[in-house]
Design a protein around this ligand. Structure first.
Ligand code: APR
Length: 232
């Protein structure tokens, strides 16, 4: 089976009711990113950071995967589909996708602030005083701005093995995720589905680029049809 590598961003979950990041004038759910999604914010005001992610976690329980997530599951019939998502929600998994790599962490996990490999599933609120088994405070299992991206190597390896590269619902502004295409073979088909596509420098280098300026819920079912008909 051909390997279809898919890079997803906040846009694929927008129609499920989860806000994207760069829509509201740089604010994310009424917060500045520097106040809730940086190591400095965590050091300065951990209560605020925990409250923010508790709200995100509780919102996640109210939303459902949409037709865009489900279209990526359909593609598994004909392709070896590997999703690399920048999203911290679990909507790909809940839709039924079998191989999902989370580049920026996962809302439904927490980890020790001192021992990086102590990672736990977490359902309810995370509070000051919730500790790992070695007695250190637990923090959201999220890659914050200014932190390294531990899954980058695995994502780059996947990209290098792609036969087709699909990009969905991302502004391609945040690196290193936005540069992953550069690890893929240049000649393969690249397909970018986004209602406001922003073709970045890396994508401009690709000779076989198809851009579909549509939301994920209508665009991705079309891509499923296209890939079903064509031997690309
Ligand atoms: N379907 C598909 N795409 C959509 C839809 C939709 N219904 N609605 C909006 N979009 C697109 C927007 O046009 C935009 O290009 O989703 C993209 C969202 O862009 P961002 O908000 O910048 O999200 P993303 O690219 O995922 O951000 C990357 O930045 O804040 C950090 O770590 C965070 O993972 C995040 C990273």
């Amino acid at each position: 089976m051909k390997k279809l590598v898919v890079l997803t961003g906040a846009g694929i979950s927008a129609e499920s009711g989860i806000s994207t990041f760069r829509d509201a004038g740089g604010l994310w759910e009424q917060h500045r990113i520097e106040d809730v999604a940086t190591p400095e914010a965590w050091a300065r005001n951990p209560e605020l950071v925990l409250r923010f992610y508790n709200q995100r976690r509780s919102k996640l329980r109210e939303v459902e995967p949409n037709a865009g997530h489900r279209a990526l599951v359909d593609l598994e019939k004909n392709f070896d589909v590997r999703i690399i998502t920048q999203n911290v929600d679990d909507l790909h998994e809940r839709a039924g996708s079998s191989r999902v790599l989370h580049l920026h962490g996962e809302l439904r996990k927490v980890r020790s602030e001192r021992y990086d490999d102590l990672i736990y599933d977490w359902e309810g609120d995370l509070l000051p005083g919730d500790l790992c088994e070695n007695g250190a405070q637990l923090r959201p299992h999220i890659v914050w701005f200014g932190e390294s991206v531990p899954m980058l190597q695995s994502a780059a390896q996947l990209a290098s093995e792609a036969d087709i590269f699909l990009i969905v619902g991302t502004s391609l502004q945040v690196y290193p995720a936005a540069g992953l295409m550069a690890y893929a073979p240049r000649h393969i088909p690249f397909i970018y589905v986004d209602p406001s596509p922003q073709v970045n420098w890396e994508l401009q280098q690709m000779p076989n680029l198809i851009v579909l300026a549509e939301p994920a819920t209508t665009g991705l079912p079309k891509i499923v049809e296209l890939l079903g008909e064509k031997t690309m």
